[in-house]
Design a protein around this ligand. Structure first.
Ligand code: UDX
Length: 458
């Protein structure tokens, strides 16, 4: 680029983007993928990252990196609920982020910043420095609209409904039932709801929103978003169609899972993973274990250290269980998930309905069993079961009989065939989306033009 003539240099000078991911695996992956996508489009990329949960930086020699010395220790976050972790991150990041961005902004090649929707405070920092901010919302449009609707749902009394009313429909928000309204494990739900309001309000003030989704999947929700938000939206996903998430994995991906799969029959294995954040109590892990064992289907199960409150890893699983499943099951701490999902032996995915996992499964045409632990997962799993019909939702939480029945239905039942057919047809639409003529391809072009338009005439 340095060899280009004067006028092109003036054009390229404002093509630096500053990206700031939320340091959780499900948010880092899409932000790093987006960074790669935009780098491929000719932008220079600067990443601001917390020292806490920073992926291996040597994988990104093509990016400029600035680390925030947040001083957060693993022990500080392992004992706290997610809402408190977010507050801790905000408190430690806001000052350093402002300082780094203000330093960077003296170089006027910055076109805009792109920050995670959850980093709502970055909007004010950007406004003060007169730098446009584009939001990356890493989850579905449907779940974002549900977050935006929380004050309305609270006013209508949905948040205080009784246990016996959990299956009532949310008439203002189909297909949700009362039990699907986003909730978080917290001792202070009001504080979390206020947090959501701040996220939504800051997003409304942003210059644009990028979604890791595609139009064919969320056409109705994108139309609704257009009615409620004036901010332009760019559904350019799924990002991992362009770049794999493996380079930003925070944990070592156990490749023995692939060699174990190599020895299994085609479409015979159910892959089980609950993402990077979800936690459960010991008795629930046992429900999962016995549901898997009783289904009598082969399984590959990711048990993340820390998944169970107060346990190291597998020590709470009984000898009886481990012996029973030794020929049929394989347990790892962390897997190369995208590669696992694309393996011919995989016939189903029991997921926590995190958005990256959902998209990765659609991409490979793998039908799902859908659990949900908190937040957007509750909305995603309802959409998968009721709207897209690409998954079987566990309505009772983690309960061994329902688990066993759902696994059999998915892997060897008639219902599984229907779900598989639906996801294969969605996969075809998704395959086309990032290609020339496809919706995400067009949307990405629009995004590039939009960012380029931020430059002031010289
Ligand atoms: C979080 C939230 O929980 C989720 O609801 C939200 O949509 C995004 O942020 P997480 O729970 O980690 O994310 O789930 P998910 O969005 O599915 O992301 C997990 C990522 O980790 C995926 O990209 C997946 O491929 C990767 N992964 C998971 C692995 O690489 N190996 C594993 O063993 C499990």
């Amino acid at each position: 680029m340095d060899n280009h003539g004067q006028s092109i240099q003036q054009y390229t000078e404002r093509r630096r983007l500053v990206l700031f991911p939320l340091p959780l695996q499900g948010h880092i992956n899409p932000m790093i993928q987006l960074a790669n996508i935009l780098h491929d489009k000719g932008f220079n990329i600067t990443i601001i990252h917390t020292k806490y949960s920073c992926p291996n930086l040597s994988n990104y020699p093509h990016f400029t990196l600035h680390l925030i010395p947040d001083g957060i220790s693993a022990s500080e976050v392992s004992t706290t609920e997610l809402a408190s972790v977010l507050k801790l991150l905000e408190d430690r990041c806001i000052g350093p982020f402002r300082d780094i961005l203000s330093q960077l902004s003296s170089d006027d090649s910055i076109a805009c910043i792109i920050t995670d929707a959850i980093w709502y405070f970055t909007q004010e920092v950007a406004d003060n420095l007169k730098i446009p901010r584009i939001v990356l919302r890493t989850s579905s449009v449907g779940s974002f609209l549900a977050y935006a609707a929380m004050p309305l749902l609270q006013d209508k009394g949905y948040l205080s409904m009784k246990d016996s009313e959990m299956d009532e429909p949310v008439v203002e928000f189909p297909p949700l039932k009362v039990r699907d309204i986003p909730r978080f494990e917290t001792h202070d739900p009001e504080r979390v709801n206020q947090y959501l309001v701040k996220i939504v309000e800051a997003t409304k003030k942003a210059s644009g929103i990028i979604f890791n989704t595609f139009k064919e999947l969320e056409e109705t929700e994108l139309a609704k978003l257009g009615e409620e938000f004036t901010v332009p939206a760019f559904p350019i996903g799924p990002f991992h169609k362009y770049f794999s998430a493996s380079s930003s994995s925070l944990w070592t991906q156990d490749r023995t899972s692939i060699s174990w799969l190599d020895a299994q029959a085609t479409k015979s294995v159910i892959y089980v993973s609950f993402g990077s954040v979800a936690t459960m109590h010991e008795e629930k892990l046992n429900e999962v274990a016995w549901g898997l064992a009783n289904s009598e289907q082969p399984f590959l199960w990711v048990v993340r250290p820390g998944l169970v409150h107060g346990s190291e890893w597998l020590e709470i699983l009984s000898k009886e269980f481990l012996e029973l499943i030794s020929k049929r099951g394989y347990i790892v701490k962390w897997a190369p998930q995208q590669e696992v999902l694309s393996h011919p032996a995989i016939g189903g995915f029991w997921t926590h309905s995190g958005w990256n996992s959902t998209l990765e499964s659609i991409c490979e045409g793998v039908p799902m069993i859908c659990s949900q632990f908190y937040g957007d997962q509750m909305v995603n799993s309802r959409y998968m079961n009721d709207t897209w019909k690409i998954g079987i939702k566990l309505e009772k939480g983690l309960e061994r009989v329902e688990i066993e029945t759902a696994i059999r239905k998915l892997m060897v039942g008639k219902e599984g065939e229907d779900v598989r057919r639906n996801i294969m047809s969605l996969k075809e639409k998704l395959d086309h989306s990032p290609k020339p003529g496809g919706s995400s391809y067009q949307s990405l072009d629009n995004l590039v033009d939009f960012i380029t338009s931020f430059r002031t005439p010289v």
